[in-house]
Design a protein around this ligand. Structure first.
Ligand code: SF4
Length: 430
């Protein structure tokens, strides 16, 4: 989400004639977009902010702006630190903006530039989009997972109108993007906050998928992240029915024990999750299913952890992002005793990672000798790099320019995290 916000902000600034630089000391405007999902991310933000501080004192007139979860949402109330205290702590920062407040940053930049009158605009052409681009469809989240700072910092859910999303996708595709990833904290709840139409119906994720599916030049569509409580049969059926929508599901389970799930405030049971997985696999049999797991949540016993491990073994996910719980001040879980020792959290994390590595290797090994369709998004180590519809990383060597093209690749080597292959043919443009 943050990368998509940064890309949108860059694009809007470029449209207004500004040019980006990767060298902070060359920049007159420094814009730091921030994530604080975990404590170490917040520590990095603070480190980066302090490293930019000398640039405010080097004689060059600059503005330093900070956007994102570090700042928090306007409705955060007493759970956040508040703008006044941010200004007090970081007096060298010129302005703070909540997550995704692109309009606010643009307004500030235009005013700042106008007041100085020395014109920072150079009118160079827009940077081409990436092969795969993210488009936010909603901001914020209405769930209250007890460990989550994101919902507090990003505020309650605000869905974008379908027409705005379609316009963004059309624009990115017209400028060269081939794949669009629809983004939201909880895309399955998209539209629940929008006004109903005359028939009393609200747009939902399926409506967005259908609305962008017909856009010419768009080859692939993905979406993330889903919430097991809000995923409907309609969404599953829509993914199965629309050929451009990739059969790759991001469905965070977080724990394999009902008591832990309840204490996390997730709002579903393991049985519900299992049933959902079964229906997803029934509708999209060749799909990939990725999940997130948190280990060492306050009070998590050895038996409860073992249930999570058993669920990982049973459901055979393609990928498991596993995190050791760390308390985030201001969340309800931070009031619970963080009673699983750090070494034990680490042991649990490593155990899940080991089991998952084996499963991922077995799943990928099934592709050996088979041909897969790869959307090429770059080069790495002298090879072309791309992803299958199921989002698996594939490398291959081939002459010519494959960037942004669809390659048919026969898999010759498969590891748990990536595969290698040789080109077996074409591209729709050939
Ligand atoms: S669904 Fe839960 S974990 Fe995800 S953003 Fe919302 S509150 Fe946070």
């Amino acid at each position: 989400m943050n990368r998509a916000d940064a890309a949108r902000l860059r694009e809007e600034l470029e449209r207004r004639g500004y040019r980006a630089t990767r060298e902070p000391d060359e920049a007159r405007l420094l814009i730091l977009n921030t994530c604080v999902v975990r404590q170490n991310a917040e520590d990095k933000v603070i480190g980066r902010l302090n490293s930019l501080k000398p640039l405010k004192r080097d004689g060059q007139e600059r503005a330093l702006l900070v956007m994102g979860c570090f700042v928090g949402s306007a409705e955060e109330g007493q759970s956040g630190r508040g703008l006044a205290s941010l200004h007090q702590e970081y007096p060298f920062v010129d302005a703070f903006f909540p997550p995704s407040d692109i309009a606010g940053v643009l307004e500030y930049v235009e005013r700042w530039d106008r007041e100085r009158g020395d014109g920072l605009r150079c009118g160079e052409p827009l940077t081409a989009p990436e092969v795969s681009e993210g488009v936010p469809i909603s901001y914020g989240c209405d769930h209250h997972c007890t460990y989550c700072i994101v919902a507090l910092r990003r505020g309650s859910q605000r869905s974008r109108p379908v027409a705005d999303i379609v316009r963004d996708v059309q624009d990115l595709v017209a400028r060269g993007a081939k794949e669009i990833v629809l983004l939201g904290q909880n895309v399955d709840a998209y539209g629940s906050d929008l006004p109903p139409d005359a028939a009393g119906r609200r747009p939902n994720l399926s409506a967005v998928l259908r609305a962008i599916h017909g856009i010419e030049g768009l080859w692939r569509i993905r979406f993330l992240t889903s919430h097991p409580r809000d995923m409907t049969q309609e969404i599953i059926d829509t993914v199965a029915a629309l050929p451009k929508v990739c059969e790759c599901w991001e469905l965070p389970v977080q724990a394999g024990d009902d008591v832990v799930l309840r204490r996390m405030g997730r709002g579903y049971t393991v049985a519900h999750f299992r049933d959902l997985v079964q229906r997803i696999r029934q509708a999209t049999p060749d799909c990939a299913l990725n999940t997130d797991v948190i280990v060492g949540f306050p009070g998590e016993t050895e038996e409860q952890f073992e249930r999570t491990l058993a669920l990982v073994r049973e459901l055979r996910f393609d990928m498991v992002h596993v995190a050791a719980y760390s308390p985030r001040p201001g969340t309800p879980a931070a009031r619970l005793e963080d009673d699983v020792p750090a070494a034990e959290k680490d042991r649990r994390r490593v155990l899940i990672e080991e089991v998952q590595t084996e499963i991922a290797a077995e799943i990928n090994a099934r592709l050996l000798g088979r041909q897969v369709e790869v959307l090429v998004d770059g080069q790495q180590g002298g090879r072309w790099r791309g992803r299958t519809r199921t989002n698996k990383l594939v490398f291959f060597a081939a002459p010519g320019d494959w960037l942004g093209r669809l390659a048919h690749v026969r898999i010759t080597w498969a590891g748990p995290w990536s595969m290698r292959g040789e080109p077996a043919g074409g591209d729709p443009e050939d």
